[in-house]
Write a protein that binds this ligand. Structure first.
Ligand code: NAP
Ligand code: MG
Length: 499
């Protein structure tokens, strides 16, 4: 977008009216308790809005509405082409309001508004459209039987889906779930993260405007331990889809075990490797992708390439190119043109990242770029792009998810050693490999135990490919692609004897 086409986001921000109520059964409502909590702009520490603090009673109301909507078939039994039209209208409405939604996302989360416009919102729209378009194109099966039997294998919606959402890509992750959930004819209750409830609430308004019937989509803002747990334990929630930390993900398995054995789908954290082989000659495109891997979204990205595994012979040369390029990623006001690294989600998270940086230094890591909090005078929570050399894979900064713009460099000698280090982690969400050798590309991408391996790029692919984690990065299914439909449906066999 050229500078003179670019909206003046700062003045648009002042004109915004922000809705903070829950959305239950097609209506905006305050929390049953009347309580609210404040959501903050992490770029300046100022309060953005008071938001309804949903709790058990609100979750009960939302689940009851979702269940009633599911049972009377107002959505599930609507003709597929009508459901498709409604979901496509929702995608069009998101697109029509793209600047406002991107602005709201940026204000609430701290990410550069240009990233929200270029990545989060297009992703959201694409998730809705891709799954909407599938609605009247998926067929069920007739199984091979003797002539006096008719056997159907049909896919049915699972029912009421609870969705608990993280703060890093709020609307994109909501749409990643809403697309296939609604495509399958289910109803949904969404609990956004306490730090970023605003786009979820605005999205709910667009759901109503798109003509999706009341009760099909509900949004209950609130805290994880109360509203999130209530969804996880609810006897009428048939499936719980969660994106967030591995630590919290485990709770949902416990909640399900102690309630109704609801299906649980977990998309969790990662500590993904970016492996650079010494056959790479052109570092330019590689360092751009490495920056995307760890600096995009302030490093608050589940599939962030946070461990740089580099073959010994090229380490020094590659690191100079990394440092030179990372310096061009300007940290600053998320609403300003040219900002590439915005604010971290909250003060506590910023201190967590700074503690990791300190621990890296103490364990022998050598900082070759950054390492500090910056722009403190803004009242916001900013950490500059940081690169460590001299890391080994047993150090804390190589093992734990930092969720910030901090890259740890670990050298290796052989392909086998690279594979061993890459897999030496409890996580398995993603990996990137940079090589000019086709054999190495195939060998390494098959040997890495992760849900997505990208070669010569940092990418999760698009809607057409599944996304999810191996090991402690995921559980129970895959987002995106037709596999996402499987998560939110049941398979039924109908075996019919003909007389
Ligand atoms: P989080 O702390 O796990 O929170 C995620 C959601 O769970 C929030 O809505 C949170 O509510 C809720 N929650 C917290 N404690 C809960 C409890 N005891 N019971 C029920 N719900 C509870 O994660 P986050 O900090 O928002 O996001 C960062 C994490 O998400 C990272 O680990 C990242 O890797 C992961 N992530 C994974 C993917 C993926 O697709 N694999 C994508 C994005 C992010 P509150 O808002 O009240 O905390
Ligand atoms: Mg916020």
């Amino acid at each position: 977008m050229s500078e003179n086409q670019r909206p003046n986001f700062a003045s648009r921000a002042n004109e915004l009216t922000i809705e903070g109520r829950a959305f239950i059964n097609g209506q905006f409502v305050p929390a049953a308790s009347g309580k609210t909590f404040k959501t903050v702009n992490p770029a300046n520490g100022k309060i953005l809005a008071d938001v309804a603090e949903g709790d058990v009673e609100d979750v009960n109301r939302a689940v009851a509405a979702a269940k009633a909507a599911f049972e009377d078939g107002r959505w599930a039994k609507m003709a597929p082409k009508e459901r498709k039209r409604a979901l496509l209208r929702l995608a069009d409405l998101v697109e029509a309001n793209i600047e406002e939604l991107a602005l709201l996302e940026s204000l609430d989360n701290g990410k550069p508004v240009d990233d929200a416009l270029a990545a989060d919102l297009p992703d959201c729209i694409e998730s809705l459209r891709w799954h909407a378009e599938a609605i009247d194109k998926l067929y069920d099966q007739v199984s091979p039987t003797p002539g006096d039997i008719v056997s159907l294998v049909v896919r049915e919606p699972i029912g009421v889906v609870g969705a608990v959402i993280p703060w890093n890509f709020p609307l994109a992750i909501i749409a990643m779930k809403v697309g296939p959930v609604l495509a399958g004819g289910n109803s949904i209750v969404i609990k956004p993260a306490e730090q970023t409830p605003l786009t979820a609430i605005r999205f709910a308004e667009l759901v109503a405007e798109a003509g999706i019937p009341p009760g099909v989509v509900n949004v209950v803002p609130g805290f994880g331990e109360t509203a999130g747990q209530a969804l996880g334990r609810h006897m009428d929630v048939d499936c719980l889809t969660f994106t967030g930390s591995t630590e919290v993900g485990r709770y949902f398995l416990k909640y399900a075990a102690e309630s109704n054995l609801k299906r649980v789908i977990l998309e969790l954290g990662g500590k993904s490797p970016a492996i650079v082989m010494d056959d790479v000659t052109d570092f330019g495109p590689v360092v751009e992708q490495l920056a995307m891997g760890i600096l995009f979204s302030q490093g608050e990205n589940c599939s962030a390439g946070s461990r740089l595994l580099v073959q010994e012979g090229i380490k020094d040369k590659l690191l100079s190119a990394v440092v030179e390029h990372f310096r061009t990623w300007r940290v600053g006001d998320p609403l300003a043109a040219g900002t590439k690294v915005g604010a971290l989600i909250e003060e506590k998270h910023m201190h967590r990242i700074l503690d990791y940086i300190e621990s890296g230094k103490q364990e022998g890591g050598r900082i070759i770029l950054g390492g500090n909090r910056v722009l403190q005078e803004t009242g916001g929570f900013f950490v500059e792009p940081t690169v460590f050399d001299n890391v080994n894979n047993s150090m804390k900064i190589a093992r734990e998810e930092i969720f910030g713009p901090v890259l740890s460099t670990i050298p290796f000698r052989t392909v086998e050693e690279a594979i061993q280090i890459a897999n030496d982690t409890p996580y398995g969400l993603a990996a990137s490999l940079y090589t000019n050798n086709l054999h190495t590309a195939h060998k390494v991408s098959r040997a890495i135990r992760a849900g997505t391996v990208s070669v010569n790029c940092f990418s999760e692919g698009d809607q057409s490919v599944p996304f999810g984690g191996f090991k402690q990065s995921g559980f129970g299914g895959r987002e995106k692609s037709f596999l996402a439909h499987d998560q939110y449906s049941q398979v039924k066999t109908i075996w019919m004897q003909l007389r």
